[in-house]
Design a protein around this ligand. Sequence first.
Ligand code: AMP
Length: 113
Amino acid sequence: MDCIFCKIVDGSIPSNKVYEDDSVLAFTDLSPQAPVHVLIIPKQHITSANDITSENSAVIAHIFEVAAVLARQLGIDRDGYRIVNNCGDKAGQSVKHMHFHMLGGRDFTWPPG
Ligand code: AMP
């Protein structure tokens, strides 16, 4: 499958990994939108949030466990941070392998653009 995040998972595209286990990988975003900008992805290819099912949802729960650990490691847990999932074209999902942006280190506005 021609998926850049699957290639990051298999190592054929390099990344700056900040966390890895059997089912989850986190790496810094190539185009950071905040002082801390990490992408947390399931290693298995799930195209978007539309494709979460009872069969694969355990990895989503695990991603949020990893996010809590990473927030502490990255020093953003106390000040706060934002976790974002863009689903589909209208939300601006450019990579069709579901991922969560973890953004921190600055103030964020609401509503998002
Ligand atoms: P989204 O627009 O929500 O699909 O987010 C995709 C994100 O992937 C963007 O923030 C890109 O900067 C990031 N990205 C694309 N290619 C790479 C890469 N090879 N390594 C790290 N981040 C990437």
